[in-house]
Design a protein around this ligand. Sequence first.
Ligand SMILES: [Zn+2]
Length: 166
Amino acid sequence: MTSNNELLMKVEKCLEQVNDPEIPSVSVIDLGMIEEISIHHSNHIQIKALPTFLGCPALEIIRNSIKNAVLQMDEIQTVEVEFIYHPPWTSDRISELGKERLKEFGIAPPPEFNEQNNEWKVECPYCGSYYTTMENLFGPTACRSILYCKACKNPFEAMKPVSNLM
Ligand SMILES: [Zn+2]
């Protein structure tokens, strides 16, 4: 008989293998997408997840990947994945490991709004410079934007901040 705590830890381990299809190599855990995991009737798992992007078709893919991964566990009968929007997902939720992996993949974490200068700040994943262009940041459809680093002359991608799409 596995205790609930052990079960929760096993589920979390499972989720470390589930990646955002848009960003291979970074798990939903490292992206800070998982807000709550709970067990009901000893074999039903309920997961509350925060979407990192709004309106992206990838959400359904992520839901299915999470379900499939957790259903691999013998102890689990059913899995329910609910996307919630409160608290809103922010880049602060990305783990240090997640940030490193995003950079390796050439993706800058979502930009931060600098209140003092009243402008968005994106760090280049290659050289760490903030001297980057922002023109395409709020393009209409993509979940990520193509930016350009004026310091090292590399194009790179940045995740869009969710709060600004709402
Ligand atoms: Zn650069």
